[in-house]
Design a protein around this ligand. Structure first.
Ligand SMILES: *Cc1c(COP(=O)(O)O)cnc(C)c1O
Length: 237
């Protein structure tokens, strides 16, 4: 894809997001995280130069390499988007193995997919202090990540008062083959209940290329959009 095409696709998605916010009667905005997994580091540099402020990755090793590469290119002066790159927020959105949690904190500013006590503890203790979401599972499918409501609320009890400001809210990947409206509504209800106890954990990470307009109707604040902007990925994931 040329950078003009990339720009046009990015602009088109931004327009769809603002239209969907209008339709939902919302006057807040939503954070767009462009998912760059399975694409080269150069795509991240291109996106940053278009003004993208948030990129999302789902595998530690791939992301960590790309993070190093992007920063190296900046220090070499190979690219002229230094301020955009240094302002870029890196989001980890993939399945979180607790033994990788510490390493992920080395490059990720925001971790979306915490669903275990071990991973949460690593992240709470890390000096880089990344922000985080807890991942909710609407159907509690054992094969996928995420916690049911009770387990998710139990995990919040482990967040010490001093770290609560890093707790952004809940994240979900909508299960396939189910009514997306019903699942996004379920997530919204979990978020509302959570905010009774943690008023600042008011953010909802939900909505991908296929379902972000629906997610916006149900309060999504952080959209994770890949293919609709970047085109097809070189391998699945
Ligand atoms: C890949 C991925 C996305 C983006 O999916 P698209 O359909 O390409 O928009 C969003 N969230 C997670 C957790 C992902 O792994």
């Amino acid at each position: 894809m040329t950078s003009l095409e990339l720009f046009e696709r990015y602009e088109a998605i931004n327009k769809q997001i603002s239209d969907a916010l209008d339709r939902a009667g919302r006057n807040d905005s939503a954070e767009l995280i462009v998912v760059t997994k399975n694409h080269p580091a150069s795509l991240i540099t291109d996106l940053a130069s278009l003004g993208v402020q948030n990129v999302g990755e789902n595998r530690h090793q791939e992301a960590s390499q790309k993070h190093n590469e992007v920063l190296r290119n900046v220090s070499d002066g190979a690219i002229d988007t230094e301020s955009q790159i240094s302002n870029l927020n890196w989001h980890f959105i993939g399945q979180l193995q607790s033994n990788k949690a510490k390493a992920i904190c080395e490059w990720a500013n925001v971790i979306h997919s915490i669903d275990s006590q071990k991973a949460l503890n690593h992240i709470l203790l890390h000096p880089n202090k990344p922000k985080f979401f807890l991942q909710y599972s609407a159907d509690r499918d054992q094969k996928r990540s995420g916690l049911g409501k009770e387990d998710l609320f139990a995990l919040t009890e482990l967040i010490p008062e001093t770290e609560v400001k890093r707790f952004l809210g809940v994240m979900m990947v909508a299960p396939l083959n189910v009514n997306p409206e019903a699942t996004f509504e379920q997530l919204k209800n979990v978020s509302d209940e959570l905010q009774e106890r943690y008023p600042e954990a008011k953010y909802i990470s939900a909505g991908m290329s296929e379902d972000f307009e629906i997610a916006l109707q149900y309060g999504a604040t952080h959209l994770r959009i890949g293919t609709a902007i970047t085109g097809k990925r070189s391998s699945s994931g």
